[in-house]
Design a protein around this ligand. Structure first.
Ligand code: PGD
Ligand code: PGD
Ligand code: 6MO
Length: 826
């Protein structure tokens, strides 16, 4: 994922893939057909790839009929069973469509009709003319601050066909526009960690897993579920980490390594490893960490020499830890009352941390909460006190569950992709933000729409919200990603025009005015890395089937848009798809030659196996260079050292994020014994095991493999289910003051009492489309989450600060409304 503009992710799964029909023809016979072009051969296997892995598609007379895994992927992922359906499903966007009332009245349309899903089919020319006319109108009438482009984070893989690259390249020749900073994934960590440890950390490569296997005594999985989350990657996963995790499992089974999962839920990783768990109360991690830190300090177990040489600010933090400043020592007894782990267990864990080599692996969910900045900061402080940062198999990392973290990075070249133009022409409209900010923190979008002109504190800056009139979303589904759906529905009414480019008819399409049908990954040719962090090799990604219906590539859509202001040739550089791919390959090949990596010429690569494996790199230790020589390899912090206390952050004067990590109560929390009457349950909306966010939710057959009574599963502890009279398979109503959803009950001992889960990405399916407060018939958890920034520092999303109540649904059960495309109006 692209953190642009501030500085610019077992047994059972293998069996699962092997077991069922969709991926039946596992690796036998010649895997890659030489004659790959879909139209030349009545029956063939075509190599492709996606966020779920590389695979081969069986194509018979131009139709994709079967899927099998890639021979170089030893741990193929179950979700590959869903990819064929992405091309063929009733929710596919087929034609350019315009919302009925918008077609009649344009910017003066009745915006309260948005979401009623009534659309008119138009031609591409009509749709693009209207897109272009709207851009012109808004730029002229409102300037650059009137146009907003969403976050193309989870565009399909491919160096050329990048939805984000395509839109930026085109629109920047037309004018300037409001963009976003940070992302939904790790916004709080991304802002605080550069102040504390000098880099984003979240998207960085981790210490090589072979070094962990060799050296580590205890792995602390802090809210981290690699076995679930490593199934997908930002580029094409090679799934290599699963081999290493298998070795970790063996060591755990043999008693040669301990893995402790600190998590209110028995995660997939915990179940896979059979490891230990500390089931703390949700949202109380910082209190637990402080209790651990206090024990280390009071029992003189902390590494004083490391703290002194490699960090600054321990002395400012200490009075808070000991309670000198607020008369409250943050000792294990204090922590127990908040986090629910006994003081004795806290003390014992602290002692264990310094007994041998300890590797902290931090996940991101805990920072997607109110005051989410405190968790990564305090985890760095704890690891600093343990003193093993920069040692093989010790210290801290926040990317073990993401993009193949901990694989060994190869020596291969990293290919570029479609980006901005080298010498862009003067834009049609000069930048004019009218005193407002050109960017907003991504999850503050609804605040911005509701309060244009309002000032917002953000990481030491004061932003002024622009007055946005037109929003363009490509490769993004804000009606999944954004919190507090009902508030959002009101905010959307502020927009005069909304354009969405997608291949699935998501709720974001339903709430748009112009919807443009985009090709899927499987209808394009491209090249992509095999392995994101590992960059193990290079993969030819071949067109499996021809573009369906009237879908067009993002690239071609924007070429056509540019034609309307005579910049299409500049945009496309007069290069066809295959010429572009060849060019990107050749650039990589040249890069390889300079570093001694030999790659075949493009034709040999493309017409041959379509796969190159690079020479492997050497095992590496995160923060190793810093530990070796902090003077020569300082961190990117102002002091060059770990900042336990940050003068910079202290200088911002934020009450909700002071100069060192502190325990702060979130705006709402379960397990406090107080508010419990109305909404006693903590709602987790973690990342799904069977989807990538909202992607593949519309693969109807695959969805039925996990849906319960046609609804998104709601996981709940047996005790919580019993008191509510809930049985497996029941349909429950989950609600709070913000909204209400239906979900299908799954009773599971994996969930601690008081903790429930509905996975993010469940398609928003309103009973009455467009009406705020209406029941979601499928189970979108963002109907229930709150839209409140983490703090003034990062203004990240607080999706996991949410409490709810659950009851058996009593009424007539409504049909699920969210799938199946638009209602066509003639
Ligand atoms: P996706 O479902 O991946 O989610 O939010 P995001 O909006 O990125 O949406 C991508 C959309 O792009 C899909 O509709 C897909 O069909 C479309 N698409 C894919 N490829 C292409 C392409 O090549 N071209 C075009 N034009 N379209 C394409 C993700 C965001 O959700 C993230 S990253 C996180 S971490 C957040 N997590 C949570 C959470 O933990 N809990 C809650 N409650 N909410 C969250 N929201 C956030
Ligand atoms: P989650 O699975 O949401 O993943 O990575 P992230 O680390 O955010 O949460 C991880 C763990 O945090 C869960 O086991 C959960 O129980 C635990 N947790 C929740 N609340 C608490 C708490 O209060 N304290 C503690 N200690 N633990 C808690 C997300 C990452 O995953 C991102 S951002 C993206 S974009 C990718 N998305 C997907 C995806 O959609 N689907 C899959 N299969 N894999 C992904 N990988 C990536
Ligand atoms: Mo994310």
């Amino acid at each position: 994922m692209n953190f642009q503009k501030i500085s610019s992710s077992r047994r059972r799964f293998i069996q699962g893939v092997m077991a069922t029909g969709a991926l039946s023809a596992i690796s036998s016979g010649p895997l890659i057909s030489r004659a790959w072009a879909a139209e030349t051969n009545p029956e063939q296997w075509v190599q492709s790839g996606c966020h779920f892995g590389a695979f081969e598609a069986k194509v018979v007379n131009g139709e994709w009929t079967d899927t099998r895994s890639f021979k170089h992927d030893k741990f193929p992922c179950d979700m590959l069973k869903a990819v064929r359906e992405i091309v063929y499903n009733p929710s596919r966007v087929r034609y350019p469509m315009i919302r009925l009332d918008w077609l009649l009245k344009r910017e003066k349309s009745d915006r309260s009709q948005r979401g009623d899903n009534r659309f008119v089919r138009v031609t591409w020319d009509q749709a693009l003319d209207l897109f272009w006319q709207e851009l012109e109108r808004v730029q002229k009438q409102y300037g650059s601050s009137g146009v907003f482009t969403g976050f193309a984070d989870w565009q399909m893989v491919g160096k050329l066909h990048k939805a984000g690259g395509a839109i930026d390249r085109a629109l920047s020749m037309h004018g300037s526009y409001v963009t976003t900073v940070g992302d939904y994934s790790a916004a709080a960590a991304q802002v605080v960690l550069p102040h504390v440890i000098g880099s984003l950390e979240v998207y960085e490569q981790q210490t090589s897993l072979p070094l962990v296997i060799e050296n580590t005594n205890i792995i602390i999985l802090w809210g981290c579920d690699p076995i679930k989350n490593l199934q997908i990657e930002y580029l094409v996963p090679d799934h290599e980490p699963f081999g290493y995790w298998q070795q970790i499992k063996e060591k755990v089974t043999q008693g040669k390594m301990r893995v402790i999962s600190i998590d209110p839920v028995r995660s997939k990783t915990q179940n896979y490893l059979g490891c230990e768990q500390l089931a703390l109360n949700p949202q109380t991690d910082v209190a637990l960490m402080l209790g651990l830190a206090h024990t280390l300090y009071s029992e003189k177990l902390h590494d004083e020499a490391f703290i002194k040489e490699y960090s600054v600010g321990f002395e400012q933090f200490l009075p808070y830890l000991t309670g000198e400043t607020d008369k409250q020592p943050k000792d294990a007894n204090w922590a127990e009352a908040i986090c629910g782990i006994s003081a004795e267990e806290i003390r014992e864990l602290a002692r264990q941390l310094v007994k041998g080599r300890t590797q902290f692996m931090g996940g991101w969910c805990v920072q997607r909460m109110h005051h989410g900045e405190q968790y990564p900061w305090m985890l760095v402080v704890l690891a600093t006190m343990v003193g093993q940062i920069g040692l093989p198999g010790g210290g801290i990392g926040f990317g073990w569950h993401y993009n193949g973290g901990g694989t060994i990075t190869s020596k291969g070249p990293v290919l570029s992709g479609l980006g901005g133009l080298n010498n862009p022409p003067k834009a049609v409209h000069a930048a004019n933000f009218r005193g407002a900010s050109p960017h907003i923190p991504v999850s503050r979008m609804v605040d911005c729409l509701l309060s244009p002109g309002k000032k917002l504190a953000f990481n030491g800056e004061t932003l002024t919200f622009p007055d946005i009139k037109m929003a363009i979303f490509t490769a993004a589904n804000p009606f999944h990603a954004q919190q507090d759906r009902n508030r959002m529905i009101e905010a959307w009414k502020k927009l005069e025009t909304i354009i969405v480019l997608d291949h699935q008819w998501t709720a974001s399409c339903r709430f748009a005015d112009i919807v443009l049908p985009v090709t899927t990954r499987y209808e394009r040719n491209d090249i992509e890395q095999f392995g994101t962090h590992s960059n193990k090799g290079l993969l030819a990604i071949r067109q499996v089937v021809k573009p369906q219906f009237e879908a067009r590539h993002d690239f071609d859509i924007f070429t056509e848009l540019c034609k309307r202001f005579n910049q299409n040739e500049t945009y496309s550089e007069k290069q066809t798809e295959m010429q572009w791919i060849r060019r990107l390959y050749d650039e990589g090949r040249k890069q390889g030659q300079e570093t001694g990596i030999t790659m075949p010429d493009f034709d040999t690569f493309w017409n041959g196996e379509g796969y190159i494996e690079y020479p492997t790199g050497t095992p590496w230790v995160r923060h190793g260079e810093f530990r070796e020589s902090p003077d020569l390899n300082p961190l990117g912090t102002p002091s060059g050292l770990i900042e336990i206390y940050s003068k910079t952050i202290a200088g911002f004067g934020y009450q909700d994020c002071p100069g060192h990590p502190v325990w702060l109560e979130p705006f709402e929390r379960s397990h406090t014994g107080k508010q419990a009457e109305s909404y006693p349950l903590h709602l987790q909306s973690c990342h799904p095991d069977k989807r990538l966010h909202s992607q593949i939710c519309s693969s109807d057959n695959y969805r039925q493999t996990y849906a319960v009574n046609g609804r998104e599963p709601l996981y709940i502890n047996p005790t919580d289910a019993k008191v509510r009279g809930l049985k497996n398979g029941d349909i429950a109503r989950v609600f709070n003051a913000r909204g209400q959803v239906l979900a299908g009950v799954v009773i599971s001992e994996d969930y601690a009492p008081g903790v429930i889960r509905i996975h993010e990405g469940a398609w928003y399916s309103p009973q009455e489309g467009g009406k705020a407060g209406t029941l979601c018939t499928y189970g979108d958890p963002n109907v229930l989450s709150a839209d409140i920034g983490t703090s003034q520092l990062a203004q990240g999303p607080s999706a996991h600060t949410a409490i709810v109540q659950v009851e058996r649904y009593q009424g007539v059960i409504p049909a699920v409304t969210g799938f199946g495309g638009p209602q066509l109006v003639q």
